[in-house]
Design a protein around this ligand. Structure first.
Ligand SMILES: *[C@@H]1O[C@H](CO)[C@@H](O)[C@H](O)[C@H]1NC(C)=O
Ligand SMILES: *[C@@H]1O[C@H](CO)[C@@H](O)[C@H](O)[C@H]1NC(C)=O
Ligand SMILES: *[C@@H]1O[C@H](CO)[C@@H](O)[C@H](O)[C@H]1NC(C)=O
Ligand SMILES: [Zn+2]
Length: 536
């Protein structure tokens, strides 16, 4: 086996370790067959929206729509991160507030997907970006598409549109910003239709014995297909997905593509051919040089794979999420019809999977800074900002520590064998230690105790910590923020945003005034009348 395939294989294995596949279910109650259609989830969301909109008020509409996504940002993660935020500034910490915790709208979201109790970032991205729940590991398609079923993903009825497409249809601009590869599961929900989240480059499609000509890989979809090719801003990591295996990127890492295509060059060529001002950047200085008068189109790929954890990144060469968010908003704000922007703090999830508490909390604070920047730049009158997470993690914030105790430190108390334990630990993951004579090890004696990559202790040993199935929080600020209160399906989120922003196929806010609103209201009246007629 040649080294390039070995590298491919290793990368695939590392990613599969984060999100392994589920065993075949046995003797479980059947899933409602209607859930395999887009209509089911649209109707579910529209009915809930219809109900909640009766308690909504405010004539403003959201010209600009921004969604911030903390990948794996569970409720305990937020509580711990806010404590770290205060402690970083020398205070006790528990009383601190994240920027988005001051938002006036808050709700809770159910994250399961159609075939799994506990979701991954691909099915959840389909829920919060396309308004439809589907199967674990798939994006932009309904649950009628099983994972790796390339043919099914090409059937028109199985493909769903994202809120980014709804925004483009109304003349708004669109951007995506992430700390992961831009082809990774969460951002891909804005543009990709795929039966497998791992199909980030053509070699991965081939590895599943599928034809990349029939089912285009995710990088290819972003650069050469709609809606990706219309995105004005694309910032994050993942250069390797875009370049051939026999060339290396700017930092010496080989590409992963086997189709001999250089999609970065193709992106540039497409903009040149269409006489559109554009720039490709791959480091912080180049990004900064675009701040004053940014081009119309900007592609920034700052790492071969994911961007580094903020605490481990070279601050001179890698931009922060806040910096990427700032230039994205500057660029997109030039469209008087407004924009949709997706910003992801994507590595909270990865740090949790590795039981790296300090890194997970710091990545959460980086997302929070980006939210703070956006709230500074965008008015509450015309910009809806939503902050949420895709799924939870199994991090526990536990014990009876004293007020102000270091959030990533030892609990103030010991266990019943007088062994120390951490305020934050996990129910599973790679941080498991073998007990000796039924007694836990003294973790404080470990040589890397207290380092960034020291793993918190856990109960069930696994090579990667798992997601959690508990609800995640959602925060909203701006027009129609009240709609976001309550506890509801994750697939309602884009419908709520579309309502406030006068885009998409469903119900729109009163202030939208457009023909669409009248149209939809009329249809709803007709349906309601018909339903009443049938049942009377
Ligand atoms: C997918 O469709 C193609 C073309 O119709 C067909 O040749 C192929 O057998 C199908 N693959 C599967 C797995 O059904
Ligand atoms: C990479 O391989 C392709 C064919 O597989 C070849 O056409 C191309 O010239 C190679 N590029 C380099 C830089 O070696
Ligand atoms: C391209 O754009 C420039 C500047 O906007 C303009 O001067 C030029 O005429 C355009 N060329 C074509 C072929 O449209
Ligand atoms: Zn994950």
């Amino acid at each position: 086996m040649s080294s390039k395939y070995l590298i491919l294989l290793v990368l695939a294995v590392v990613d599969a370790r984060y999100h392994p596949e589920a065993p075949e279910p046995r003797n479980l109650p059947p899933i409602n067959p209607l859930e395999y259609t887009a209509e089911y989830w649209f109707n579910e969301a529209q009915a809930a929206l219809q109900k909640r909109s009766q308690r909504d008020s405010g004539q403003n509409v959201a010209r600009n729509l921004v969604m911030f996504l903390g990948d794996g940002m569970s409720v305990p993660t937020m509580a711990a991160a806010r404590t770290l935020k205060g402690q970083n500034e020398g205070r006790t910490g528990e009383e601190e507030e994240l920027f988005f915790e001051s938002f006036p709208g808050i709700g809770l979201v159910k994250t399961y997907c159609v075939n799994q109790q506990i979701a991954d970032s691909a099915c959840t991205a389909t829920a919060y970006l396309c308004g439809v729940k589907n199967n674990y590991g798939t994006t932009g398609v309904t649950a009628a598409v099983a994972r790796r079923d390339c043919n099914a993903s090409n059937i028109e009825a199985n493909r769903v549109q994202s809120i980014a497409e709804w925004a483009l249809a109304e003349g708004k601009d669109v951007g995506i910003v992430t700390t992961t590869r831009v082809t990774h599961a969460s951002p891909s929900g804005a543009y990709a239709k795929t039966a497998n989240r791992n199909w980030e480059n053509d070699a991965q499609v081939l590895a599943d014995s599928q034809d990349p000509e029939v089912c285009a890989d995710i990088a290819q979809q972003l650069i050469n297909m709609n809606p990706g090719k219309q995105f004005k801003v694309i910032l994050g990591g993942g250069r390797q997905e875009f370049i051939p295996h026999n060339i290396t990127d700017e930092e010496g890492e080989p590409g992963l593509r086997t189709d001999n295509r250089n999609l970065i060059e193709e992106w540039q060529q497409d903009k040149t051919d269409r006489n559109l001002s554009h720039a490709y950047v791959w480091n912080k200085d180049q990004l900064k040089s675009q701040f004053e008068s940014p081009p119309e189109y900007l592609l920034g790929l700052f790492e071969g794979s994911h961007m580094h954890y903020h605490l481990e990144a070279n601050p001179d060469t890698e931009p922060t999420l806040e910096e990427m968010t700032e230039i994205a908003i500057r660029m997109l704000s030039r469209n008087e019809k407004g924009f949709f922007l997706f910003v992801e703090g994507g590595r909270i999830d990865h740090a949790h999977h590795a039981n790296y508490v300090h890194l997970a909390l710091d990545e959460t604070l980086e997302l929070d800074k980006a939210v703070g920047k956006a709230t500074d730049m965008l008015s509450e009158d015309d910009s809806l900002i939503v902050v949420t997470a895709d799924h939870s993690h199994v991090m526990a914030f536990n014990g009876y520590s004293a007020r102000g105790n270091s959030i990533y430190g030892l609990s103030s108390q010991t266990d019943s064998d007088r062994m120390p334990y951490m305020t934050i630990s996990y129910t599973n993951g790679p941080g498991a230690r073998k007990q000796v004579n039924g007694v836990r090890d003294d973790i404080t004696k470990e040589s890397n105790f207290g380092e960034l990559r020291w793993r918190a202790h856990v109960d069930a040993p696994r090579n990667s910590e798992t997601h959690g199935g508990d609800d995640v929080a959602i925060f909203a600020r701006g027009p129609h923020y009240r709609l976001f209160s309550g506890l509801y399906e994750q697939s309602q989120i884009p419908h709520l945003m579309a309502y406030a922003g006068c885009i998409g196929p469903g119900l729109h806010a009163e202030g939208c005034n457009g023909a669409n609103t009248v149209h939809v209201t009329a249809i709803l009246i007709v349906i309601t009348t018909a339903v009443k007629f049938l049942f009377l």
